[in-house]
Design a binder for this molecule. Structure first.
Ligand SMILES: [Zn+2]
Length: 256
């Protein structure tokens, strides 16, 4: 039975030790990594000395209309070299986060259609958790190389409906990579980011896909005079989501 559940849960490298159905809450899977070892983050040595088990709950994608929680055992190992205990890294959930990475991706994708409050209600996560998801992604892409940028996409995410509170997503359309996430979509904020790229980068941009705030348009025309402005509303977020999926995949591969 548990073997079959494994397929439904669809998390690589994980073993299900048990599950419970809790009325009005959902399904809780007790899981841990199949690996008997972990890599010490300090020295890089592999350790198989289990120090202690540490179980905690995170939220995952819903299944058949029911909420799903994972009771994860993030084990602590002891490093022979450093003589210190460390927590293992898990591919599917970031450290100190209350949700799986795939749930975060799914929710961020939904922000295109709804604001944070509605998306948080629909998914049973807090607005703070969604903010955190956005911050994590913004941080992950902070040092993107923009020297080859030719086609730029600008899009927005509504944070609070009706409050004109948005953040902006900048994407390299050729690479399909997010380049920056701006906390605010103000002209000032965007200007700072664009000018930070330097004159040469701005001069080589041939196309800007923009379907948002009119104020962006004039700024683009001012700073990137050789760029053609096109509009494609759904393209940008599609690229962003695809890129996040790719990053996840390559991260998993590089672990093996
Ligand atoms: Zn070590």
């Amino acid at each position: 039975m548990i073997m079959m559940l494994d397929k439904f849960l669809n998390l690589e490298g994980v073993v299900i030790n048990g599950y419970r159905h809790l009325e009005n809450i959902g399904i809780v899977f007790e899981i841990e990594s199949k690996s008997k070892k972990a890599i010490c983050p300090c020295c890089g040595k592999v350790s198989d000395k289990l120090h202690q088990n540490h179980r905690y709950l995170v939220k995952d994608l819903p299944m058949s209309g029911q909420e799903v929680y994972l009771k994860i055992n993030r084990r602590q190992f002891k490093c022979d070299n450093c003589q210190k205990a460390f927590s293992e890294k898990l591919d599917f959930v970031a450290n100190k986060r209350t949700y799986t990475k795939r749930l975060a991706l799914n929710i961020l994708g939904q922000l295109k259609e709804g604001d944070i409050l509605n998306t948080s209600k629909r998914n049973g996560v807090t607005e703070e958790e969604i903010q955190r998801m956005l911050e994590d992604i913004a941080e992950a892409i902070i040092h993107q190389d923009v020297s080859g940028l030719k086609r730029l996409g600008l899009d927005e995410i509504a944070l609070v409906k009706g409050q004109k509170n948005y953040c902006a997503v900048l994407v390299d359309l050729d690479l399909g990579k997010p380049i920056a996430i701006l906390e605010k979509r103000t002209q000032e904020e965007l200007r700072k980011t664009l000018i930070g790229w330097g004159v040469e980068v701005l001069a080589q941009i041939k196309e800007v896909s923009i379907d948002l705030w009119e104020a962006y348009r004039s700024l683009v025309q001012e700073l990137m005079p050789s760029a053609e402005v096109v509009a494609d509303r759904f393209y940008v977020m599609k690229q962003v989501n695809e890129e996040f999926r790719q990053t996840e995949k390559s991260r998993k591969k590089s672990r093996r």
